[in-house]
Design a protein around this ligand. Structure first.
Ligand code: ZN
Length: 1082
């Protein structure tokens, strides 16, 4: 289509004729032919012309004609039109124009023809096109081009719209240069632009000049690219003006194209506001072993670039997003080929004890009628098990006692472990084991829950009885908790509140938590129904931006009162209650395991800003939240804004809701975390770090909750919490649940963490059928499968999946039995206990992402990674390299369940075997749902099912024993999966970033403007019918815009027709070129 050989020859012929031609008529003819050709073809034809020097040819004609003593406007006008059309597609037109001297020439032509609307428009288009080069734009700016052009933009009028549009666009185009933007700001043109916008807005009552209003907004976008521009915009009342114009525009249909750029402009110009914190550093600091002081994280370089533009921001944003896709290693160069051992081989045998199934003699198989005595002996598990509370149920106590006895009998190995634990954790000394109050005692302290309590336990009065602390001795009488449990105790599978409390007393946190969050104590069962994604209401973000803008405009409405501060002791529990009881504001609390809320600020009557705590010892990674809220009024929508999120996008923009747990609901028999919240959206906000030292963008997650009950106590979280204490309690419950004659279940300690918490490793496999050599041999040759999770504390979903896996592997399900008989499972359910406990999102107390420590883990600073890796080395060294190693994670911006495989390249290299090339697979089964804990646990089960396919030996076993088992058909081994990248998230319905450029208006382009410039019948130009066409062209009369659909109208019709005729007649003169159907033939 573009350039047949004949066309190409034709172009070259025409171009050379154009350069050489002297007389006006021939030049006009050639210009007309070129325009016809270019209009008939596609852009590719124009690009071809450009490649053949078309731009240079046109520029040289322009310069030759324009420099003549008396410029010939008959030639200049069509020439400028064609130049604009061609230059628009030539990315180097500005440079070429500078080289030929056409830039200043065009500006001078404009100055001389400012009152001649057609010539002025033509010059303006050409200037717009030249401004694709910053240096050309600078030349125009330095020669007062901005002033000339700005004064061509009048107050509201119905005349000359054509030229006015050209002027605004040229002015906007010139703002590609920083110098021009600065000059515009210093000359006060922002105020002028705002006045123009206001004038056009108020007088364009018929909305016939929407395009011009849009162009003015686009221009305002450009001048607010830097800080001085944004400041000028604010100080000249831009925010108020746009807010009000937008409110009236919203009432009228068809003004959508003005609303969106206005909203983006307001968001962009909202003044940067430091977070109301004294320091960006986490409220939690932890003294690392070997360090005299807590060391702040390194990312504290001063931010000198106050002149940053949004373009820079956009670049940075990309870099940030890239950094953040942490769970997918995409850089092949960073993958290493079969790494060498990172430690002396002599250190490996220490992990031998983590394979108890290899040394265990299974003597108890002969005593299987007495399972109580079958518990294992020489293990650290006793340390884990002796956390049983003496006042738990009778059965528990019996178990606990027996375990205590065991721990006594095996005290040698236990104390050994404790010693090594202490050696590893010099930092642990500063943490004291907290006196853990059950959360119900908090409830008792508060007016709100006093009612609950009274309701629940009519016999009790006052608070004293519930503030009993956990001691070592037997409880003399029924506690508050016991009463509550007795009366309301939901039967939650694999959860025992008393056991949870007992375990939690051993959990070591930086602040020394003494309160249990009620949901973790009481337990959670998933609600009966599935929870689908919530369809997003249209324009919700826009509405929120308006509300945020109002905060600046109506400052009198703002309460701005801190109602919770993690660092301020006056908000600590006892004082907190008395201080706050008088206030009718919501009360917040987060000083408990996994809690994360640093500060809450009451903004407007039913609106609160929430600030999250950065990861310990660090000033970043705010995303996870979990807090208690109380003192609410029922049926009132409260707006919450989490204002310092860091990730650039979130599933909260795509139908996900936060989760809520109501104590009152729980006590009424519905102990559910449920998805909650309306008007949810996630967008970049105007906050910046408190000390302004880091160049960080923050994002707001906003949601609205309408509480069901008055004065309830509720918990709100990013996702279903799963605490370290819950994990430990769960393992203990599981251990009690299995039949030790059938399931070999061992809890051991991998190592102690920095804060002195124990990191459990669990072994699950089947007990041998007998102690016969054959059975024992089979046991000791079972391949290992190693599963880990929760290296990232914010990914609590991984723990729920792991919970599903653990429960399934301990169950009597046939598949589970098969798996236990086929494999030895080594499970480390929580690789980052300290992070989880202290409510961090990404890191350990060391402020390091543990998942980035695998290459060279430090034994002191990253003990869980160091020892997990050591254990894997050990398995490898005894010829038991795991058949499967899987680390469970969550992902904040992807839906559903998926597997990231290893690098194919690396796997092939290291294993020397052929593997599938499928990297990432998705099971689409959960599409459209918000995953609940039921689904998460089910994923853990399904993952186990899929392990059946790992071994060939299993196939036979599977076929023989499981063919009739429900749900176990070939679907499990062979379920349909999707290439994950096929259908990624659709674009967000609303722009979540500031647009770097104003959204474009549909149906406007330079070509049609240029065409219509000539299509206007001269007689209509100003209605007063002065003179002849030629005369009018040179007098610069006023025209009324009429849109034209003509494809090619560079020339007035009459000239066009005539010139083609002439050209064809003069075919020979043009060296045998003719036009057939828009194609040149020669
Ligand atoms: Zn992760």
């Amino acid at each position: 289509m573009a350039a047949s050989p004949r066309t190409s020859i034709g172009f070259e012929v025409l171009l050379s004729a154009l350069k050489n031609e002297g007389d006006v008529e021939s030049t006009l003819n050639i210009l007309n032919v070129l325009d016809e050709l270019l209009s008939a073809g596609t852009d590719r034809r124009i690009h071809y012309l450009i490649s053949k020097g078309g731009s240079e040819a046109l520029l040289s004609v322009l310069v030759n004609t324009g420099l003549s003593f008396c410029p010939n406007y008959t030639v200049l006008l069509p020439l400028l039109h064609l130049l604009a059309k061609v230059g628009h597609r030539d990315s180097r037109i500005g440079l070429k124009a500078e080289e030929t001297g056409a830039v200043l020439l065009t500006l001078n032509l404009l100055k001389h023809n400012a009152k001649h609307v057609k010539m002025a428009a033509a010059c303006l288009w050409v200037i717009e096109v030249f401004s694709s080069s910053v240096s050309a734009a600078n030349v125009i700016g330095e020669n007062h081009g901005l002033d000339v052009i700005f004064h061509l933009i009048p107050q509201y009028t119905t005349k000359n719209l054509h030229t006015i549009k050209a002027a605004i666009n040229a002015f906007t185009a010139l703002l590609c240069s920083k110098a021009n933007v600065c000059s515009v700001i210093s000359k006060g043109y922002i105020s002028g632009l705002l006045h123009l916008y206001e004038d056009w807005h108020s007088k364009d009552t018929q909305h016939t000049a929407i395009e011009i209003r849009h162009m003015l907004l686009r221009c305002l976008h450009k001048v607010t690219h830097n800080n001085p521009g944004r400041q000028a915009f604010i100080s000249k009342g831009g925010l108020r003006l746009l807010y009000h114009t937008t409110q009236t525009d919203l009432l009228i249909k068809g003004l959508e194209s003005l609303i969106e750029p206005s909203v983006q402009l307001m968001r962009k110009c909202l003044p940067k506001t430091p977070l109301p914190l004294t320091s960006d550093q986490s409220a939690y600091t932890f003294l690392l072993p070997g360090r005299a002081h807590a060391v702040p994280d390194v990312d504290m370089a001063p931010d000198n670039s106050s002149e940053e533009s949004d373009d820079d921001d956009a670049d940075k944003q990309q870099a940030e997003s890239k950094d953040y896709d942490d769970d997918l290693e995409t850089d092949v160069n960073r993958l290493c080929l079969r790494p060498d051992l990172d430690r002396p081989i002599e250190l490996l045998p220490q992990y031998g004890h983590l394979c108890p199934e290899l040394s265990h003699d299974f003597k108890e198989l002969n005593l299987s009628s007495e399972p109580e005595e079958s518990s294992p002996s020489s293990d650290e598990e006793a340390v884990l098990l002796n956390t049983f509370s003496p006042h738990s149920t009778r059965m528990d106590r019996k178990k606990g006692d027996s375990n205590n006895e065991l721990s006594t009998s095996s005290s040698g190995s236990q104390s050994e472990t404790e010693t090594s634990t202490k050696e590893n954790t010099t930092g642990a000394a500063q943490l004291e084991t907290p006196d853990v109050l059950c959360h119900s005692s908090i409830l008792g302290c508060r007016t709100t829950v006093r009612e609950l309590r009274v309701e629940a336990t009519p016999g009790l009065k006052g608070n004293e009885q519930v503030e009993e602390q956990e001691g070592g001795e037997e409880f003399p009488h029924c506690t508050m908790i016991d009463m509550l449990l007795k009366r309301h105790g939901a039967c939650i599978p694999h959860h025992e509140p008393q056991l949870y409390r007992a375990v939690a007393t051993q959990t070591k946190s930086i602040p020394g938590f003494s309160i249990l969050p009620f949901p973790d104590f009481w337990g959670h069962v998933p609600p009966a129904r599935h929870e689908p994604m919530v369809p997003r209401k249209p324009n919700i973000q826009r509405q929120k931006v308006f509300e945020d803008v109002q905060r600046f405009l109506n400052t009198a409405d703002i309460i701005n009162q801190v109602v919770y501060d993690l660092e301020d002791s006056s908000f600590s529990l006892s004082l907190f209650v008395s201080l706050q009881c008088l206030s009718d504001s919501l009360r917040f609390f987060s000083n408990f395991e996994c809690g994360n809320l640093r500060k809450a600020v009451h903004i407007r009557r039913y609106e609160y800003d929430l600030i999250l705590n950065a990861d310990a010892n660090c000033s970043q990674h705010t995303q996870w939240f979990y807090f208690e809220v109380s003192n609410m009024v029922a049926d009132v929508p409260y707006r919450f804004n989490v204002i310092n999120c860091e990730k650039s996008n979130s599933q909260f923009n795509y139908g996900m809701q936060p989760v809520l747990y109501s104590v009152r609901e729980a006590l009424e028999g519905r102990p559910h975390w449920t998805r909650t919240g309306t008007e949810i959206c996630y967008f970049r906000n105007h906050f910046c770090p408190a000390q302004g030292r880091r160049k960080t963008n923050f994002y707001t997650l906003t949601f609205t909750i309408t509480f069901k009950h008055n004065e309830d106590v509720c918990y709100v979280a990013y996702h279903y919490p799963y605490t370290y204490s819950a994990m430990k309690a769960h393992l203990n419950v599981l251990q009690k649940s299995v039949d030790p004659a059938i399931v070999f279940f061992r809890q051991q300690i991998l190592c102690s963490t920095l804060a002195g918490n124990l990191c459990p490793v669990v072994t699950i496999t089947a007990c041998p059928a007998s102690r016969a050599w054959k059975d024992m041999h089979q046991l000791r040759n079972r391949p290992c499968i190693v599963l880990t999770s929760r290296v990232h504390p914010g990914e609590s979903n991984a723990s729920w999946v792991m919970k599903g896996t653990l429960e399934f592997l301990c169950s009597s399900d046939l598949v589970a039995q098969c798996l236990r008989e086929a494999f030895v499972f080594k499970i480390i359910p929580m690789l980052n206990p300290d992070g989880v406990i202290n409510g961090t999102n990404r890191c350990d107390l060391n402020s390091k992402d543990l998942n980035r420590q695998w290459c060279k883990p430090d034994p002191i600073l990253s003990p869980t990674i160091y020892h997990t890796k050591g254990f894997l080395y050990y398995l490898n060294s005894i010829g038991r390299t795991p058949l499967v190693f899987c680390d469970y994670h969550g992902h904040s911006r992807k839906k559903n369940v998926f597997l990231y495989g290893c690098s194919v390249k690396e796997t092939l290299w290291q294993s020397g075997s052929a593997v599938d090339t499928l990297g990432l697979k998705e099971d689409p089964g959960y599409r459209g749902l918000q995953t609940g804990t039921r689904e998460l646990q089910e994923m853990g089960v399904k993952f186990c099912h899929s392990l059946l396919s790992v071994t060939k030996d299993m196939k036979a076993l599977y076929d023989r024993r499981l063919s009739n088992h429900i749900g176990l058909d070939h679907n499990i081994l062979d379920h349909k999966s999707h290439n994950f990248f096929e259908d990624d998230e659709p674009p967000c319905v609303e722009e979540i970033e500031y647009s770097t450029n104003c959204p474009t208006l549909k149906g406007t382009d330079l070509d049609s403007d240029i065409n219509s410039n000539m299509a206007i019948e001269d007689e209509d130009e100003d209605g007063d019918g002065i003179g002849q066409r030629g005369a009018k062209q040179q007098q610069g009369s006023i025209g009324v815009l009429q849109q034209s659909n003509m494809k090619s109208c560079l020339f007035p019709d009459s000239i066009g027709q005539a010139s083609i005729k002439t050209l064809i007649e003069k075919r020979n003169k043009c060296q045998g070129v003719s036009i057939v159907n828009g194609q040149i033939t020669s």
